[in-house]
Structures are given as structure tokens and as C-alpha cells.
Design a protein around this ligand. Structure first.
Ligand SMILES: O=C(O)CCC(=O)C(=O)O
Length: 277
């Protein structure tokens, strides 16, 4: 018996590689999280900015709360089973009228995991639509393995390496239109991307990237995980991360720096250059 999704949604996810939109919270609750995020950006600009956007849930309590939201966890459990951990999180923010875009890619390509069967909830904290540069997905593309990617390091591309899958049939793309407070769920191998934000407002998305079953291991870098649900991962193979009790404590800031260094070493493994992202 699923905990949150319907049987039809579970089937769709496995066939298409994504689900959207899913009601997660009210627009006013999403606005309150966005206000806390914008407060954090203005109070701690050196710790949360366009080049420092990974793993903010390790230092900000309100983002940790979101990572442990019961609706998200129940939906994740319906897709990957009861025992899982969180590997990381990324803020995807496109400023008003910015050229920033996300090229067609598969998340799992550079993540160095023993299995790519993992799920990313992407939470809309502002309107996500064609004008603001919503994500688009190629249905079923998660079923045919990892495709070759070219690293472009394109200036306006907000992916780490600006990596791109060529020869995508864009006529098949499905736009994930969401109001603030809705979320999508996508598979580690789905081909997806997003266009620039042409609007006069920010497009703010928060990706919990990703929840993974506890038998998946990291094989490029250190195995660092935030335990979330069910039976724990093997102790001997894992470094367990702790949750922040308050915002920006000295210990949590040091922990996040360490995790982000590991993240960078993994995501840029074998790359010709490395950006600050
Ligand atoms: O926010 C975007 O436009 C892209 C996000 C993305 O690629 C992801 O969450 O995997």
C-alpha cells in the first residue's frame, strides 16, 4: 500500500521517469520559505550565492525541515522503498531576465553512484513555467542508460561542467509547470534541462538531490550521507552527517564546507577545468 502516491503515479514515474506537479504545501507556506531563503541570502551572502548553492540544508534549519517534510519522504518511499538517505541538495535560482539555463543532461552522469535508481524532488518556491524557465523532461529517457555528455563549461549554463547530451529530440519534451509549493520528482537518469528566465521575477527551485536507497554507495569520493528513513546504511562504509539544530552554527558551516569539497571532487572528477560552483 503506497504511503502518498497513487498506484497510477508510481507506474507513471517508472515509465516516464518523472512526476509533476505534486501538491506539497500552500503558496503562502512556500512564500514563507522563500522569505527565509532571501533573508539567509542577505544575512550570509558569502555562504549562499550563485557560486555557493550546494547543500544549504546542512546549515539552515528551515531547509533541513524541508528535507524531512513527511509528504516528500512518503512519496520518495513509494518510489525507492523504506530505507534511504539524502546525498545532497542544490538551489537552482535564475534571476529575473537572466540568460542562465540548464542544458540537457542526466543527473547521475557524474555522481559516481553504484546505482542510478534514485529520486530528486524539485520544489518550486516561485512560479515555474515557460516564461520563468521551468524544467523540461524527455519522457522515458531514463530507460536507456547514461548517454555521452560533452562538457561545455558555457558561461550561462548553471550546471557544474555545462555538460550536455547531444541529439535530444526536443519535440518530445514535457514542461513541468508548477505553482509555488508544488514539487516534481525525477529519476537519476532522466534527460532534462531548462531555458532562461524571461520574466521580471526570480525563478527559485530547490532540488533535494537525491534521496537514495541505503544500499547505493558512492565510489569516486567519500561516502557522506544524511540518514533519513528506515534501516541505517552500513556504518563501516559511511560517514553520517548531522542535522543543524540552529542556523549557521560554526560546526554546521565547517561540516558543509567539507561536504561541498567532497561534492566538487566527485562532480569534477576527470574534468578539464573546475568552476567555483
Ligand atoms: O532548476 C533547473 O532548471 C534544473 C534543475 C536540475 O537540473 C535538477 O534538479 O536536476
Amino acid at each position: 500500500m503506497p504511503k502518498f502516491l497513487t498506484e497510477a503515479q508510481i507506474r507513471d514515474y517508472h515509465e516516464q521517469g518523472f512526476l509533476s506537479p505534486i501538491d506539497l504545501m500552500s503558496e503562502s507556506d512556500a512564500a514563507s520559505i522563500l522569505a527565509q531563503l532571501e533573508e539567509a541570502e542577505s544575512q550570509h551572502p558569502e555562504h549562499i550565492n550563485a557560486e555557493n548553492r550546494n547543500n544549504p540544508h546542512l546549515v539552515f534549519k528551515f531547509l533541513d525541515d524541508l528535507a524531512f517534510n513527511e509528504i516528500i519522504l512518503d512519496a520518495v518511499e513509494d518510489l525507492i522503498g523504506p530505507d534511504f538517505s539524502l546525498w545532497g541538495s542544490v538551489l537552482f535560482i535564475k534571476e529575473p531576465a537572466s540568460k542562465h539555463f540548464v542544458s540537457w543532461h542526466q543527473d547521475a552522469t557524474y555522481m559516481g553512484m553504484t546505482s542510478n535508481n534514485f529520486v530528486t524532488p524539485w520544489i518550486a518556491l516561485s512560479p515555474s513555467n515557460k516564461e520563468t524557465g521551468c524544467m523540461s523532461m524527455i519522457p522515458g529517457s531514463h530507460l536507456s542508460d547514461i548517454k555521452p555528455h560533452d562538457d561545455t563549461f558555457g558561461e550561462d549554463n548553471i550546471l557544474t561542467r555545462g555538460q550536455v547530451v547531444k541529439d535530444v529530440d526536443e519535440s518530445k519534451a514535457v514542461d513541468l509547470i508548477m505553482r509555488p509549493g508544488q514539487m516534481s520528482l525525477h529519476h537519476g537518469e532522466i534527460v532534462h534541462g531548462s531555458q532562461p528566465n524571461l520574466s521580471q521575477q526570480r525563478r527559485v527551485g530547490y532540488a533535494l538531490q537525491s534521496y537514495m536507497a541505503n544500499d547505493i554507495d558512492q565510489i569516486i569520493g567519500e561516502n557522506m550521507w544524511l540518514p533519513v528513513r528506515g534501516q541505517m546504511r552500513s556504518q563501516s562504509k559511511s560517514t553520517f552527517l548531522s542535522r543543524p539544530a540552529t542556523n549557521m552554527s560554526e560546526e554546521s558551516v565547517a561540516l558543509r564546507e567539507n561536504v561541498n569539497k567532497n561534492f566538487g571532487d566527485i562532480l569534477y572528477h576527470g574534468a578539464e577545468k573546475r568552476r567555483k560552483l
